[in-house]
Design a binder for this molecule. Sequence first.
Ligand SMILES: [Cu+2]
Length: 293
Amino acid sequence: MSSKFKAIKKLVLILCLAFGYESFGFTVTDTLYINSGKLSLGLQDSLQLTVFGSSENFDGRNTKFKLNPNDILDLIIINLDQHTHKAAIQGLNETWETLNTGDSAHYILTFQDEGIFILEDLLNDKLFSYAGLSTTIAVSKRFSKDFHWNIKDINSEWSEEISNNATAVAAAEYEPDFFLLNELRNPGIDLDSTAKVRGSVGDTLHIYISNTGNAIHSIHLHGYHATLIYSSGNQVRLGWEKDTYGLEPGESIILEIVPDKTGEYPVHDHNLVAVTGGGYYPNGIFTTMVITE
Ligand SMILES: [Cu+2]
């Protein structure tokens, strides 16, 4: 080994010790496609949604991200929708571009702090937030088992009207009839490994939750208490340990759970209308946590 190489290796080691491993970020490259279509929910229910999809073909799902602090997100956003959009990330300083149909924008974004950032459409008073168009970028250096919940409430008629015609709505009359977690509902949530909490006794589990809907949501855990380790909203609850956490529209939280026993316990929206879908119970935000030895 040459002395020059040894010196470089020593320098890298010193830098790592001085600044911590996480100060060296990686580049995550991705392309999002804004598109609209019918999402089938099963049981003959479907919703017209507009999403930040992962491919040119509409699949009804918003792409979510998990980054480490100091990672760089090299992001292309392509608007394949018939309406104009202006995608922007809350809390990030950047010149966001207006995208007409067929336009694309290329951003190089860095996220220094831990948190959950919401990517949404700013145009028309965020009208498309009623039609599903918002997703999350979770930034955390925690390397434990993590789960990601993007929670939404949808009024099926409004979503159809907005997705098709970009028609303005009277928000005061908002009455959602479908409630989604990662664009899924019970029992479909069980099949999403990014959402379904599975772990072992003594694990440190983190659930990253964002309310990208327009109603207040509240998550009730049965069987276990969770510690609130991050909130983009009210900071007074930080460090609290309890089984129910409310989220205002636009709020994100991170819950930490260390299961003390095995079992399968329900987790559901405590705003009980949100456990329904199209008026039927329990076809909304309901799932279970499965903890094994
Ligand atoms: Cu409950």
